[in-house]
Design a protein around this ligand. Structure first.
Ligand code: SF4
Ligand code: SF4
Length: 201
């Protein structure tokens, strides 16, 4: 027997388990979010359509979609939504859900590689260091080959940042005072996230 591709409990699950999901039923499908999104033309489904797919129970398509992977957290959709739907947070939550559910599209995505690189530096020092984040991110995309090819492809951007004094070459990475306290906070945060079924690091 053919498997039903629609999961009719999916919308309820998203409402109860995804940050901001409880406001998704306020969406009136006006399309302001999709029309305001600078990455809209890169998304297979804009936020408006993605929310309709959630309602329709298209769990697989939603969790494999590149929509939440393409979001750059610019908040245009959040500030413009006439119904105060926290669009960006819902997209982010759907991404976390996709990782929890083991979708390879999520764990192998650019967003995932960038998130891991960001987390690795920010959680250790309390600061992000462009050099460390970039190296980890490019490496995470495909190892040493990716680090080299992406590094070369983005060299002019790096040179621009160095020239504008936005990225030091030789200075030691900055860090907050009390990194032991930071570590304790991070451990506690991960415990709380795990209790709520989060994906963790
Ligand atoms: S802007 Fe808000 S109400 Fe309009 S489609 Fe997007 S989420 Fe729904
Ligand atoms: S926060 Fe994400 S989804 Fe919203 S407008 Fe910006 S890029 Fe698009």
């Amino acid at each position: 027997m053919a498997q039903n591709k629609y999961d009719l409990g999916f919308a309820r699950f998203v409402r109860d388990n995804v940050d901001g999901g409880d406001r998704m039923n306020m969406c009136m499908q006006c399309g302001v979010c999709s029309g305001s999104c600078p990455l809209g033309d890169q998304m297979a489904h804009g936020p408006r359509k993605l929310f309709m797919m959630v309602r329709a129970g298209m769990k697989d398509e939603v969790l494999k979609s590149n929509s939440w992977q393409s979001c750059v957290s610019c908040y245009n959709c959040v500030v413009r939504c006439p119904r105060q739907v926290p669009v960006k947070y819902i997209l982010q939550g759907l991404g976390a859900l996709a990782i929890r559910e083991g979708y390879s599209e999520a764990s192998n995505s650019d967003n995932s590689a960038f998130g891991k690189a960001f987390w690795a530096t920010a959680s250790k020092s309390g600061r992000t260091d462009e050099r460390a984040v970039t190296v980890r991110y490019f490496y995470g995309l495909g190892g040493i080959g990716s680090l080299f090819s992406k590094g070369m492809a983005n060299m002019s951007i790096a040179m621009g940042l160095i020239k504008a004094k936005r990225m030091p070459i030789f200075a030691m990475p900055d860090k907050v005072k009390g990194t032991a306290d930071l570590k304790a906070i991070m451990v506690k945060a991960q415990e709380i996230q795990a209790r709520h079924g989060g994906a963790g690091e």
